[in-house]
Ligand binder design. Structure first.
Ligand code: IMP
Ligand code: ZN
Length: 351
């Protein structure tokens, strides 16, 4: 079944660029930097990131701010790591990827937000032009800690580079920080410009009051990430609004975003899948940090929720309409899914 999950054409909608860089890619960059500047004090990524993935929620956000951003801070390291991430997803059988990243200035190297976004987009364009199997788009993230000015810079970049492959805007970052109610005009402007909107939602109990969640829903997101700590009223609203859910099983279980859930079997994927009221997009979140590829997330729902080959394929196919892709790309994806289903004889399998 693992092999089937790898071959299954999959769509990844929730993957943070910096969190998707594998530790061997980071190690390669670290070695390069160390040889150029022996005085570099950063530790080897192979020592910083455990082989089995990060398990401590307190170590998670600082890993980016204190470590990865100090390593990936030049045009060449952004290019190298982005290319590696694209190749890794493609090798896992992903046929469409919406990668997301937070535009950042790197004062220590002079890399600006604009140049950062252009570098990621150029790398994606080169990949798309040379690869027939997987196409990628970019989502720009507003961090919860951003002030209104910073958030406007992100929305402006997203609008400016829409034609070059930016398909949407995201709200991410440490759920314990910031006040997301300040971003109403930003998301409104992004939606008016035809960009998709996805929001990290109900990740921790502290960021899941009905008041915060209804505020986020008032921005009319197309998709929501995580969706862990929701009241019945909120769940009802999600169904009413037909929001697609980006569920990150390994991430949630591994760093215990819901302290009551300690096994994959107990993850809220089961509830949403059985009810079938919202599209579910299995997602990796940060494959470089949690070490579970998208094919493994599909295998997990086979192993722990009993989905067979046809159900896995239908789950994967259902994600097409939740993408922020243009019509032609959605048609291509439906074709890829149908071709796979026919070649595998999945139509004939009883559910
Ligand atoms: P980047 O935006 O490409 O730099 O990817 C890393 C960033 O994504 C982190 O600094 C966080 O702000 C955000 N991120 C990654 N995983 C999560 C998550 O599970 N919840 C909220 N934000 C996240
Ligand atoms: Zn995320």
């Amino acid at each position: 079944m693992k092999e089937f999950c790898k071959r299954l054409p999959k769509i990844e909608l929730h993957a943070h660029l910096s969190g998707s860089i594998r530790r061997d890619t980071l190690h390669h960059i670290w070695q390069q930097k160390k040889s150029e500047s022996p005085e570099l004090t950063l530790e080897d990524p192979l020592l910083v990131i455990p082989e089995e993935g990060v398990k401590d929620i307190n170590a998670f956000f600082p890993l980016f701010s204190k470590y990865i951003y100090a390593l990936i801070n030049t045009v060449s390291t952004v290019e190298f790591s982005t290319r590696a991430v694209l190749n890794d997803f493609c090798a896992d059988g992903v046929v469409y990827l919406e990668l997301r990243t937070t535009p950042r200035d790197f004062p220590e190297t002079g890399l600006t937000k604009q140049k950062y976004v252009e570098t990621v987009l150029n790398t994606i364009s080169e990949f798309n032009a040379s690869n027939g199997e997987m196409k990628a788009r970019l989502i720009l993230s507003i961090d919860r800690r951003d002030d209104v000015e910073k958030a406007w810079e992100t929305v402006e970049l997203a609008k400016r580079y829409k034609k070059e492959g930016v398909s949407g805007v995201d709200l991410c970052g440490d759920p314990l920080k910031g006040d997301p109610s300040i971003f109403a005009p930003h998301f409104d402007a992004a939606k008016s410009a035809g960009l998709g909107l996805t929001i990290h939602f109900a990740e921790l109990p502290q960021s899941s009051s009905d008041s915060e969640l209804f505020t986020l829903l008032s921005y009319n997101p197309d998709r929501l990430g995580h969706v862990i700590h929701c009241s019945e009223e909120v769940k009802k609203k999600l169904v009413e609004k037909k929001v697609a859910l980006e569920l990150c099983i390994s991430c949630n279980v591994q760093i215990k975003m819901n302290p009551a859930v300690t096994t994959h079997k107990e993850h809220h994927f089961g509830e949403w899948w059985r009810e079938g009221n919202c599209t579910v997009a299995l997602s990796t979140d940060d494959v470089g940090v949690f070490y579970s590829e998208l094919s493994n997330e599909y295998w997990i729902v086979h192993e722990h929720f009993g989905l067979g080959k046809r159900q896995l394929w239908e789950l994967a196919k259902g994600v097409v309409d939740a993408t922020f892709a243009e019509k032609e790309e959605k048609e291509r994806l439906k074709g890829v899914m149908d071709k796979f289903g026919a070649a595998e004889g999945l139509w004939q399998i009883d559910m």
